[in-house]
Design a protein around this ligand. Structure first.
Ligand code: FAD
Length: 465
């Protein structure tokens, strides 16, 4: 609980319009894409970095927890304010300050939506590759805090690879600028690197300097269908060993296609098949050659059908189908538990076999899709979370999935982070010494653990709904 006296003080310092205290407003900022809910005591919507400094300083003076939030599209509960206190909603810091084609840089507010930035860059003939499927909503601050990936990560890397500098507010309320945003020498630790993927636990990002690159001149989009998941996984390996680095290699199993069709999102034209979506980009001649090589490799790996987009419209239709998968699956059951484990590419088939076994063992529907080219699969457990027995089965299945992933040399998260939901398993991957180092870094900056509590650590407070 926050005291009324403190709320008044904060409102006076920031201006009343930036502070929301009505239940119906606070409720809207209490959950993310996991659906886990904890209503915060207060919501602050800063417009400037100074507002963030003021909010963090006053909250820390009072011992009030602060949870930064972008658009709340996170899949691991990172923006859910489990410790209560203040949600710092960054959506109003959405100014594109500049995009400089000659330098290949852009400076933007942390609340700028990824897709808005991509479109602005494209208008200048530029390209910002990190493209989480949530790009129409998720913010650059949230992308940096989660080190978001996306389909193009295989060729172009993840968010971290595009961050040239950050402005952020430390847990104590100091405003720091690094890299391209530093106003002078910038020696010492790579603080921007530390903030990438820190999930709102080490600082509140207020602005970012990002790298943009020339847009590829041509693209080719191909779809291959396979009879089994294992064949599709085998094809992913052979495609990427063809001396071509596709920009995209995505996998979708048959249940994802059926979900998209039954949600009416798009007519896929594919039936009980497993699909691999491949895109190559670059100069036109290079793309034509790469497309042929990829097609040859897919046929050799047993592709039953091959489909090539003939124009931009067909390409857009395929991408609409791909982006519709997650929301379409969510319509199939009251609760969709979305895990995003990542394994070495050569172990994808092993993981898929283990997932099929898990599905049988726990009697759960488990559709699979994801960025197979870099070993990152989204494993979705469809359950009725209101049924305690089904919920318990899903929890056991998630634990088994984490074990299976680590057994085949993988990692618990490809791109969605650890947050709240994966925190109980983190020690399985890092071991006690890894956990000690992680905790030491966090405590060095935030000894009282007031910035985004309950993330990266097992939450022991009141249960959430
Ligand atoms: C349909 C769908 C598809 C998705 N596809 C992908 C995908 O392809 N790739 C991928 O990587 N992810 C994907 N995601 C997950 C999610 O969109 C990303 O993690 C995204 O980066 C979250 O951004 P956000 O603005 O919504 O952040 P939020 O969910 O609001 O917050 C996420 C975390 O970042 C912290 N945070 C937010 N803003 C700041 C800030 N300014 N300073 C410090 N910390 C901050 C929060 O505290 C929290 O820990 C998908 C989600 C959905 C719903």
């Amino acid at each position: 609980m926050v005291s009324p006296r403190w709320v008044k003080r904060l409102s006076r310092a920031l201006g009343r319009s930036k502070v929301l205290d009505r239940l119906e407003d606070r409720f809207c900022y209490g959950f993310d894409a996991t659906g886990i809910l904890r209503v915060p005591d207060l919501v602050v919507r800063p417009e400037t970095a100074d507002d963030v400094v003021t909010a963090v300083r006053l909250a820390f003076e009072e011992g009030v927890p602060v949870t930064p939030r972008g658009a709340g599209t996170g899949y691991t509960g990172g923006a859910v304010p489990v410790g209560g206190g203040v949600v710092l909603a960054m959506e109003r810091m959405d100014r594109i300050e500049r995009i400089l084609p000659e330098e290949g840089t852009a400076v933007l507010g942390a609340g700028v939506v990824n897709g808005v930035f991509q479109a602005a860059a494209e208008r200048l003939g530029l390209f910002y590759p990190p493209d989480p499927a949530s790009l129409e909503f998720s913010t650059l601050g949230g992308n940096i805090a989660e080190c978001a990936g996306g389909p193009r990560a295989l060729k172009y890397g993840v968010t971290r690879d595009y961050v040239l500098g950050l402005e952020f507010v430390s847990p104590g309320g100091d405003l720091l600028r690094t890299g391209l945003l530093a106003e002078g020498p910038d020696a010492g630790y790579d603080l921007a690197g530390l903030l990438c993927g820190s999930e709102g636990t080490l600082g509140v990002i207020t602005r970012c300097a990002l790298r943009v690159i020339p847009a590829p001149r041509a693209r080719r989009t191909l779809l291959f269908s396979f009879e089994t998941r294992a064949m599709a996984a085998g094809a992913v390996v052979s495609l990427t060993s063809e001396r071509v680095v596709p920009s995209v290699v995505e996998f979708m199993d048959e249940s994802c296609l059926l979900a998209v069709e039954s949600a009416g999102a798009t007519e896929t034209g594919f039936g009980r098949e497993q699909l691999v979506l491949v895109e190559v980009d670059g100069d036109p001649e290079e793309v034509a050659e790469a497309g042929l090589r990829v097609e040859r490799a897919a046929r050799a790996a047993g592709a039953a059908r091959v489909w090539v987009a003939s124009d931009g419209e067909e390409r857009d239709r395929v991408w609409a189908m791909r982006r519709a998968i997650s929301p379409a699956l969510a319509k199939l059951a009251p609760t969709k538990v979305n895990e995003d484990v990542c394994v070495p590419r050569g172990r994808l088939a092993d993981l898929m076999t283990r997932v099929e076994a898990l599905s049988r063992q726990h009697d759960l529907r488990v559709p699979v899709f994801g960025h197979a080219g870099d070993g990152n699969l989204h494993i979705n457990f469809l359950v009725d979370g209101n049924d305690p027995r089904e919920r318990a089965r899903a929890e056991r299945a998630v634990g088994d999935l984490m074990r299976a992933t680590l057994d085949v040399g993988g990692t618990l998260s490809g791109e969605h982070g650890i947050g709240l939901t994966k925190a109980p398993y983190l020690e399985w991957e890092l071991g006690p010494s890894g956990m000690r180092v992680l905790g030491a870094v966090r405590r060095a900056l935030d000894p009282r653990g007031l910035l985004n509590p309950g993330k990266f650590e097992t939450y022991r407070g009141e249960p959430c709904s």
